[in-house]
Write a protein that binds this ligand. Structure first.
Ligand SMILES: Cc1cc2nc3c(=O)[nH]c(=O)nc-3n(C[C@H](O)[C@H](O)[C@H](O)COP(=O)(O)O)c2cc1C
Length: 312
């Protein structure tokens, strides 16, 4: 089984990636949060930092691109090739309003003809291997029939399917009827993504789709950073490992983020997920959420680690 770390904008940048890798080295591939492509193929400082080979040593990293313009895709491809990347991913899943109203991310799924032309042009000129990360439609899973017909025309490296619609955001459950449709009718190698949160949900999924060889996990790895190891037969992470994961993350953010407020913001975001597997975590999570200074934050975290357990 190949396990992929899903891209999560604002969370899974290279600092997060390196710390996760150092403590829990069971992920096979990492996808970067999306790079918003422009005509010149220029990367922002944040995007450049995220893909620099020196910042991603020892990891298989796939840069993800967000655009609906073939020229922009190919321009950023040229830039990424200069850094040595030969595999790229197109984001056809982002559900956020600001992205969707520009017909990008899952918004691009509303324009299947344009999407087809885009892919035609990209595949005619690309020098990379290209995968797609897609939702099943904008409003309704029925749209996926047409979308898959389009995807099947191109030599995709792989098709990563998160079987929700744009309208679903992260609500409801993945629509497994349409994932089954992808299994039965898709030509590209498939990777499943969506709501694999623990060993039980993984086993249930694998029982239904025993031929699966690629699974991408996002939030499940944030709530339990040791989940990939568990899915590969390792023991559940100990509280000491979670502490190490936390401490290293805190250290790199303090080293690289511009000021305590940003560090606190990043750490609170981490705890939004990480607190979920601690026993009786509500009051500690509240203190962490309310902390406005690092010493207050640290004492809330110390109390949580000292007084509660991590159970996965
Ligand atoms: C905070 C956040 C940011 C995300 N950013 C991206 C992104 O940049 N690109 C992308 O393709 N998906 C993004 N996603 C979607 C995830 O990659 C994944 O498809 C989704 O969370 C479903 O998988 P999961 O149930 O395993 O978390 C994001 C999700 C979250 C929660």
């Amino acid at each position: 089984m190949e396990l992929y770390y899903a891209p999560m904008e604002g969370i899974t940048g290279y600092l997060h990636r390196n710390v996760s890798r150092a403590v829990f080295p069971d992920i096979d591939k990492y996808m970067t949060p999306f790079i918003a492509a422009n005509q010149k193929g220029k990367l922002s400082t944040k995007e450049k930092n995220d893909i620099l080979p020196d910042h991603n040593k020892g990891m298989y990293v796939i840069p993800q691109i967000l655009t609906n313009q073939a020229d922009c895709f190919l321009a950023v491809e040229r830039t990424l090739r200069e850094y040595g990347y030969t595999e790229l991913n197109l984001n056809l899943g982002c559900p956020s309003k600001t992205v969707v109203t520009k017909y990008r991310g899952s918004g691009f799924l509303a324009k299947p003809e344009e999407l087809d032309h885009f892919l035609e042009e990209v595949f005619a000129r690309t020098e990379c291997e290209i995968s797609l990360k897609t939702r099943i439609g904008v409003e309704d899973g029925e749209e996926f029939e047409r979308l898959l017909e389009i995807y099947n025309k191109y030599p995709l490296k792989e098709l990563i399917v998160h079987p929700r619609t744009q309208k679903d955001y992260y609500r409801n459950h993945p629509n497994m009827e349409w994932y089954t449709y992808a299994v039965e009718h898709g030509k590209a190698p498939l990777c499943y993504n969506g709501d694999i949160t623990d060993v039980t949900s993984y086993k249930t999924f694998m029982k239904a789709y025993p031929d699966t060889i690629k699974v991408m996990i996002g939030r499940g790895l944030l709530v339990n950073p040791g989940l990939a190891g568990m899915l590969k037969g390792k023991a559940a992470p100990s509280k000491e490992q979670i502490r190490e994961y936390h401490d290293r993350m805190y250290e790199v953010y303090r080293e690289h983020m511009p000021g305590d407020r940003v560090v606190l913001f990043k750490m609170k975001e981490l705890w939004y997920y990480l607190a979920q597997h601690f026993t009786d975590s509500a009051k500690y999570a509240k203190k962490i959420r309310k902390a406005e200074r690092l010493p207050v934050y640290e004492s809330a975290v110390n109390a949580l680690f000292a007084e509660q357990d991590f159970v996965s």
